[in-house]
Design a protein around this ligand. Sequence first.
Ligand code: IVH
Length: 674
Amino acid sequence: MSVAEEISRLRKALIEHNLRYYVEDDPIISDGEYDRLLRNLEKLEKQHPELITPDSPTQRVGAPPLKTFGTITHRQPLLSLANAMNEEEVYAFDTAVKKSLDIETDIDYVAEPKLDGLAVELVYENGNFAYGSTRGDGITGEDITQNLRTIRAIPLKLRDGLTIPGILEVRGEVFMNKADFEKMNARRLKSGEAPFANPRNASAGSLRQLDARITATRPLRIYCYSKGHITDMTFASHYEFLSALPRWGFPVNPLIERGRGAKFMVEFFRRMEARRDELPYDIDGVVFKVNSFAQQAQLGVRSRNPRWAIAGKFKAQQVSTIVNDIEVQVGRTGALTPVAKLEPVTVGGVVVSNATLHNQDEIRRKDIRIGDTVLIQRAGDVIPEVVKVITAKRPPGTAVYFLPDDCPVCGHRVSRPDGEAVARCQNMACPAQVKGRIEHFAAKNCLNIEGFGAKLVDQLVEKELLSDVADIYDLTRNQLAGLERMGEKSAANIMAEIEKSKHTTLARFIFALGIRNVGEHAAKLLEQAFAGKLERLRKTSFDELIAIPEIGDIMAQSLLDFFADPSNAGILDRLLAAGFTFQTVIKPKDSALAGKIFVFTGSLEKISRTEAKTMVEKQGARASASVSSKTNYVVAGQGAGSKLTKAQTLGIRILSEEEFLQLMSNKSSDGTTP
Ligand code: IVH
């Protein structure tokens, strides 16, 4: 046998064993034997580099580490699912589907476990894995091609036997098996690395590595569950598509079932919930999808959720533990937040030792006391909360808990206005508030002063070098270098970061000021409305503010109060004197939509065509009259006709007027934020 033949034989064997392992779940050789074949192939390829091909099993890790991830705009958005929290909501979903389709007989559904991992999209061009991305915001995601290539369950080349489409987009969930996760964590602990909190975090962290060699060491898997754009072939149903996937070489969850009617869904839900703990991977629910693609199209999409699918969420896992203490934290607005210090327990794969108790009313309602045994839960990424007290286990002599009357940080009086749930320390100079405001000002989504975190702020406030945010710009390198654990070099870096922060956007600046009721989104609206000019905002009036869409009375009043306050005015003047400049508001080249081509068809209801055109042009995109393969988005209004049909056949993203407006409002703010 020639070397070329031997190489080809090894590759075929490795690909076949891979399929048996990941797709068929029926391996016939051990992991050790697989590795031996792989090493043989590596050896031969090393001796004959001219014979290496990109789809060789040895070529999963290749590219050098990246500096950052690029972005990829999905041809079709990756939607998310509405949730059914209980069986009634599953029945309600079925009723809504039948009503909308005007069908009385049972609907054909596909039921799938809902894996708790990360959604990704894989794009194949002429049968070869071309690129892949994260879900991102559903419209654009990060280019994680190099990392996805390292996942052995992902075919680099489609298996023959079925049509090989020019373009095939497959979506699925990247995850880790619980056992693999435990083994990996044990290895990490042994080598002094921090263990991951749970398989989901481990998968997410692994996919976000800039160095694919690291990803390659992580036991990632994938199950595929839906399609994006596909050329050259059509499918009548979701189940038909799922059946094609393994034939191309993609793993599909073997627990997926097809059935009819609401009863089928509810039974599947119950079965999966009962089996949840014995499955090799974490699931947080099940997904039900209308099987027929024609019916899916008829049902359509509402905002970001398809009307043809729903996630049946399992109840959050609950465990009991003891409240060792209740600590009161003071935030930047002076708000007192009681936090239960818990005896550490594992809930849903994460060790929990704190749970927020929200406020006094919540504590009274649940009658939570120090020493109590409580039931806590954590649903998904949600912060742990106390569900209820197990009163039978209450030790004798516990006292009803009341928040202190004085601020635990500065001793100043706390007050709680009538009708408000939150008690606040009224002392603007309270060190907790001062620190909180400064930390917020420097935070990532505010002025993004790197290295200016809680520890540094604590020291600077305690040394009385900082008492408000403007003081940051009076700091000197020597002052910084004199601090604990701060060298000349770090001091210089921080000084440079401080200097850099003066060139920002008005939106970031406004949000950074921490004005009551003014969040990140509102700050972006204000930036737009005042064309990035702070002077104009400072002189604004109540009427002018409430004329801005989405800005109401309360926010308008908060803004006016803030600017009218002499000490705030003083801080603003000092900041401006320090040399703040704000970027011009619209920078099309920074917009994610720059260069994109939009086509409008049908009649728009909320805005005119001219307005729509101006909006896209502001993003550096343009409007065109006819649909072609170069078109990126088709906005379909009432009575849309042939252009819409053409867009559908070309697999172009179709937006409703509402979705278009949403895209514009998201992107215009993105466009100004570096
Ligand atoms: S279908 C409309 N199927 O759940 C189609 N999603 O909220 C949306 N997920 O982002 C996706 N298992 O990360 C689908 N069998 C499954 C899934 C699944 C897990 C995740 C996925 C998605 C989220 C939807």
